[in-house]
Design a binder for this molecule. Structure first.
Ligand code: ATP
Length: 353
């Protein structure tokens, strides 16, 4: 495995405030990593530290096995061969599209420069628009120029800060699909920042969930969504019900208010766990565990219900509206359930690790 980026226990401070703590992270070459977290958790600071715009107090940063930052060493940003795409794209307003893209290609001959610009315009589907100025482009087109400019010098790593926040939500996912294809064609390794989990899921190969300057969990989007290691990660990645349960003697199922549910991995017998059920794991039926409907929302593709069980609340979703007169019961729609150990020492996987 070739690593495009390797962060080893980095710490970052602003004056006396610690913003990144003991943060380690790896990115395989050719992959897209998303830093996902609430406002103020340190995502932009981490991008700046990688780019060389913010010094680190401890730890080491490697780009393709080359040390670029440590406590004693700080390679200047322009030597790191990193491309950056800012939220507002930061295009030069007085330069044409072609001049913006060619801006950092100073080492090439005029002919080679023109050829590279043409190839990049084609890559980002802006053929024929090289002579325009940024203000003559749509937001999406400006973003494509910013991408072409960032890719011009074949950077070792591309950093993107909230790349889709200025893109209309209707075309956002088309843009995400297109960018993934462009990055694949160019063999780009990238780190991007967002606080929108749907963007993280759609764009990233790996998601790192951040909270208060630390990484809580890293993994492929689907794995994180289905198997979060803590309650906080479970909630950060989407709506869910967390029901207290106790693992039975087999270690493979647990009892909770919805009955005995099969677990997706083995736990220590008697362990106390939280059983995590996404809304699509629960449905409403005529039989099951009796519940009251607390609220209902029509979400277009489905109906979302918040339900009160005897002691707990849970979320269920279904395609049909539940008829008002029928008595609702909650039914479990999944074969096995992910559980989070209330006390990590009770978790057999944790013990094995
Ligand atoms: N130049 C600075 N001087 C002092 N504190 C700063 C500076 N820049 C950021 N901070 C603080 O560091 C913390 C992390 O900020 P950062 O911008 O990295 O967060 P973020 O996760 O990117 O947030 P957002 O999603 O809102 O952009 C915040 O508490 C912020 O107030």
């Amino acid at each position: 495995m070739t690593l495009a980026l390797n962060l080893k226990q980095i710490h970052c401070h602003y004056q006396n405030t610690v913003v990144l703590r003991d943060l380690s992270l790896q990115l395989e070459a050719g992959q897209i990593l998303c830093l996902l977290g609430a406002s103020g958790c340190g995502k932009t600071t981490l991008l700046k530290a990688i780019a060389g715009l913010e010094p680190i107090r401890q730890g080491e940063i490697y780009l393709h096995q080359q040390l670029v930052a440590s406590e004693q060493f700080d390679m200047p940003p322009e030597q790191r061969q990193i491309g950056m795409i800012f939220q507002d794209y930061a295009l030069f307003p007085h330069l044409t599209v072609a001049e913006n893209i060619a801006f950092s290609l100073s080492k090439l001959t005029r002919q080679a420069k023109a050829a590279r610009v043409e190839a990049l315009l084609a890559l980002v589907h802006l053929q024929g628009l090289g002579a325009r100025y940024p203000h003559q482009l749509s937001g999406g087109q400006q973003q494509r120029v910013a991408i072409a400019r960032a890719l011009a010098n074949r950077p070792k790593l591309l950093l993107l800060d909230e790349p889709f926040s200025n893109i209309d939500s209707q075309v956002r996912y088309e843009m995400i699909a297109e960018l993934r294809e462009i990055f694949r064609l160019e063999g780009v390794s990238a780190v991007f920042v967002t606080h929108a989990r749907e963007e993280a899921f759609a764009f990233a190969d790996q998601v790192a969930v951040m909270h208060q300057g630390r990484i809580l969990q890293v993994g492929p989007p689907e794995q994180l969504y289905q198997q979060p290691s803590t309650e906080m990660v479970a909630r950060m990645l989407g709506r869910c019900s967390l029901l207290p349960g106790k693992v039975d003697d087999s270690g493979l199922s647990a009892q909770c208010e919805l009955g005995t549910l099969r677990l997706n991995r083995r736990f220590k017998a008697g362990a106390l766990v939280q059983l995590m059920l996404r809304p699509q794991h629960l449905g409403i039926a005529k039989q099951g565990v009796a519940a009251d409907i607390l609220q209902h929302q029509f979400r277009g593709d489905y109906h979302l219900y918040q339900l009160q069980l005897k002691g707990q609340q849970c979320w269920a979703q279904q395609s049909q509206l539940w008829p008002e007169l029928a008595l609702p019961h909650v039914t479990v729609l999944t074969d096995s359930v992910h559980a989070i150990a209330t006390d990590a020492s009770q978790d057999d996987m944790a013990l094995a690790g």
